[in-house]
Design a protein around this ligand. Sequence first.
Ligand code: DGP
Length: 112
Amino acid sequence: MTDCLFCRIVSGEIPSERVAETDAVVAFRDVDPKAPLHVLVVPRIHVADVGELADAEPATVTELVQVARQVVADSGQESYRLVFNTGEEAGQTVFHAHVHVLAGRPLSWPPG
Ligand code: DGP
Protein backbone atom coordinates (compact mmCIF):
# COMPACT_ATOMS: atom_id res chain seq x y z
CA MET A 1 0.00 0.00 0.00
CA THR A 2 1.34 3.43 -0.93
CA ASP A 3 -0.07 6.93 -0.74
CA CYS A 4 1.64 7.94 -4.00
CA LEU A 5 -1.05 8.58 -6.63
CA PHE A 6 1.09 7.62 -9.61
CA CYS A 7 2.41 4.46 -7.91
CA ARG A 8 -1.23 3.47 -7.47
CA ILE A 9 -1.95 4.23 -11.15
CA VAL A 10 1.14 2.23 -12.21
CA SER A 11 0.02 -0.74 -10.11
CA GLY A 12 -3.51 -0.52 -11.55
CA GLU A 13 -5.08 0.12 -8.14
CA ILE A 14 -6.38 3.45 -9.53
CA PRO A 15 -7.77 3.22 -13.07
CA SER A 16 -6.31 5.29 -15.90
CA GLU A 17 -6.52 5.37 -19.66
CA ARG A 18 -3.20 3.81 -20.64
CA VAL A 19 -1.84 4.55 -24.07
CA ALA A 20 1.58 2.82 -23.84
CA GLU A 21 3.79 0.93 -21.42
CA THR A 22 7.19 -0.72 -21.24
CA ASP A 23 9.08 -2.59 -18.54
CA ALA A 24 10.24 0.76 -17.15
CA VAL A 25 7.49 3.32 -17.86
CA VAL A 26 3.72 3.75 -18.14
CA ALA A 27 1.90 6.37 -20.27
CA PHE A 28 -1.68 7.41 -19.50
CA ARG A 29 -4.01 10.31 -20.30
CA ASP A 30 -4.00 13.28 -17.93
CA VAL A 31 -7.29 13.55 -16.02
CA ASP A 32 -7.38 17.32 -16.67
CA PRO A 33 -6.12 17.71 -20.26
CA LYS A 34 -4.60 21.02 -21.32
CA ALA A 35 -4.37 20.08 -25.02
CA PRO A 36 -6.11 17.64 -27.36
CA LEU A 37 -3.26 15.23 -26.61
CA HIS A 38 -2.17 15.37 -22.97
CA VAL A 39 -0.46 12.25 -21.72
CA LEU A 40 1.73 11.67 -18.68
CA VAL A 41 4.67 9.28 -18.95
CA VAL A 42 5.91 8.05 -15.57
CA PRO A 43 8.60 5.62 -14.43
CA ARG A 44 7.45 2.48 -12.66
CA ILE A 45 9.94 3.15 -9.86
CA HIS A 46 9.02 5.79 -7.33
CA VAL A 47 11.26 8.84 -7.42
CA ALA A 48 10.11 12.38 -6.68
CA ASP A 49 11.17 14.09 -9.89
CA VAL A 50 13.12 13.78 -13.13
CA GLY A 51 16.40 14.84 -11.51
CA GLU A 52 16.15 11.98 -9.03
CA LEU A 53 15.25 9.66 -11.90
CA ALA A 54 18.37 10.73 -13.79
CA ASP A 55 20.47 9.76 -10.75
CA ALA A 56 18.64 6.49 -10.06
CA GLU A 57 17.92 5.16 -13.56
CA PRO A 58 19.37 7.35 -16.31
CA ALA A 59 18.24 4.97 -19.06
CA THR A 60 14.64 5.43 -17.93
CA VAL A 61 14.84 9.18 -18.63
CA THR A 62 15.66 8.28 -22.24
CA GLU A 63 12.79 5.82 -22.27
CA LEU A 64 10.35 8.48 -21.03
CA VAL A 65 11.28 10.61 -24.04
CA GLN A 66 11.17 7.71 -26.50
CA VAL A 67 7.72 6.62 -25.30
CA ALA A 68 6.52 10.24 -25.37
CA ARG A 69 7.66 10.55 -28.98
CA GLN A 70 5.91 7.29 -29.88
CA VAL A 71 2.65 8.42 -28.24
CA VAL A 72 2.77 11.62 -30.30
CA ALA A 73 3.45 9.68 -33.51
CA ASP A 74 0.60 7.26 -32.74
CA SER A 75 -1.75 10.25 -32.33
CA GLY A 76 -0.84 11.55 -35.79
CA GLN A 77 0.76 14.74 -34.43
CA GLU A 78 4.21 16.03 -35.33
CA SER A 79 4.82 19.00 -33.04
CA TYR A 80 4.75 18.46 -29.31
CA ARG A 81 5.94 19.84 -26.00
CA LEU A 82 7.45 17.88 -23.12
CA VAL A 83 7.15 19.46 -19.66
CA PHE A 84 8.83 18.30 -16.45
CA ASN A 85 7.37 20.45 -13.68
CA THR A 86 9.98 20.05 -10.95
CA GLY A 87 9.29 21.46 -7.50
CA GLU A 88 6.27 23.23 -6.08
CA GLU A 89 7.14 26.66 -7.45
CA ALA A 90 7.38 25.19 -10.94
CA GLY A 91 3.88 23.75 -10.63
CA GLN A 92 4.63 20.17 -9.60
CA THR A 93 1.71 18.73 -7.64
CA VAL A 94 2.39 14.98 -7.84
CA PHE A 95 5.79 14.07 -6.45
CA HIS A 96 6.39 11.00 -8.60
CA ALA A 97 8.50 11.85 -11.65
CA HIS A 98 6.50 12.41 -14.82
CA VAL A 99 6.67 14.17 -18.15
CA HIS A 100 3.66 15.94 -19.64
CA VAL A 101 3.27 15.26 -23.37
CA LEU A 102 1.21 18.04 -24.98
CA ALA A 103 0.18 18.26 -28.63
CA GLY A 104 -2.72 19.00 -30.96
CA ARG A 105 -2.95 22.78 -30.68
CA PRO A 106 -0.63 25.78 -31.03
CA LEU A 107 1.34 26.19 -27.78
CA SER A 108 2.43 29.67 -26.75
CA TRP A 109 5.79 30.65 -25.30
CA PRO A 110 6.89 31.56 -22.67
CA PRO A 111 4.75 29.40 -20.37
CA GLY A 112 3.09 31.12 -17.42
P1 DGP B 1 2.09 18.20 -12.11
O1 DGP B 1 1.26 19.41 -11.75
O2 DGP B 1 3.20 18.51 -13.12
O3 DGP B 1 2.60 17.49 -10.87
O4 DGP B 1 1.10 17.23 -12.90
C1 DGP B 1 0.26 16.33 -12.29
C2 DGP B 1 -0.80 15.97 -13.29
O5 DGP B 1 -1.47 14.80 -12.84
C3 DGP B 1 -1.89 17.02 -13.50
O6 DGP B 1 -1.83 17.52 -14.85
C4 DGP B 1 -3.19 16.28 -13.30
C5 DGP B 1 -2.79 14.82 -13.31
N1 DGP B 1 -3.57 13.98 -12.42
C6 DGP B 1 -3.83 14.22 -11.11
N2 DGP B 1 -4.57 13.23 -10.60
C7 DGP B 1 -4.77 12.33 -11.61
C8 DGP B 1 -5.47 11.08 -11.69
O7 DGP B 1 -6.03 10.57 -10.73
N3 DGP B 1 -5.47 10.47 -12.90
C9 DGP B 1 -4.83 10.99 -14.01
N4 DGP B 1 -4.90 10.32 -15.15
N5 DGP B 1 -4.16 12.16 -13.95
C10 DGP B 1 -4.13 12.82 -12.77
